[in-house]
Design a protein around this ligand. Structure first.
Ligand code: SAM
Length: 200
């Protein structure tokens, strides 16, 4: 992944950046970018056809604070974040692929290296927002951020434990639901959410 020339990507490259990891078709960011004109939004996605279609749609709408990037975030994140022209202020990881089988779990997007990289590049006070419809995946993500010294749990007093669904954030603090979130809620599923802040 070669990072783009950000001055040709965003109209105001200095605006704070919201990074959405595994953005899928990008409809979440498409709505966010229209609601928050003083932020830049970046979606990263490993499926190239989705990225091409999302950027096409973005251009049709004339949005200058939104970009989608085709990459595998795990090996690309450091290069991407070192190239940024503004501070990374918000990261969302929403409904990542669960990879249930033990031998496939190393393919999960939230890995210790990714948490560590976000801990280094997210601005102090910056937010990581996590969502999943799979409790095991949500607990795995939460544990990784909770036990990293750069982050503090924001969403509850104590860590969510297996069998205890009381410590999750029940109402999405963001004004837009992702496609996966909508389909989960439509079928009556539970959404496991947590927020972390980068320590100051
Ligand atoms: C279940 S979908 C969720 C999409 C969207 N976030 C939502 O909530 O509707 C997970 C997305 O993450 C993408 N993805 C998986 N591994 C990735 C990686 N290593 N780098 C970038 N994107 C990845 C997948 O291609 C897929 O589009």
């Amino acid at each position: 992944m070669v990072p783009p020339d950000w001055s040709g990507v965003y109209h105001h490259p200095q605006f704070p950046l919201h990074l959405d990891i595994g953005c899928g078709r990008g409809s979440f960011l498409l709505e966010m970018a229209q609601l928050h004109h003083h932020w830049n939004f970046l979606g990263v996605e490993i499926r190239q056809t989705l990225v091409a279609a999302a950027n096409h749609h973005r251009t049709e709408l004339g949005l200058t604070n939104l970009h989608y990037l085709f990459c595998n975030v795990n090996p690309s994140l450091v290069g991407l974040l070192t190239s940024l022209p503004s501070s990374l202020s918000f990261v969302s990881i929403q409904f990542p692929d669960p990879w249930f089988k033990k031998r496939h779990q190393k393919r999960r997007v939230v890995q210790p290296e990714l948490v560590d990289t976000l801990g280094r590049y997210l601005k102090p006070g910056g937010v990581v927002f996590l969502q999943s419809d799979v409790r095991e995946v949500a607990i795995d993500m939460v544990d990784q951020f909770a036990f990293h010294p750069a982050f503090s749990l924001e969403g509850g007093e104590t860590l969510p434990q297996k069998g205890d669904d009381g410590q999750w954030i029940l109402i999405n603090p963001l004004p837009v639901a992702t496609e996966r979130e909508r389909s989960t809620l439509e079928r009556g599923g539970f959404v496991y959410r947590q927020l972390f802040k980068k320590n100051i």
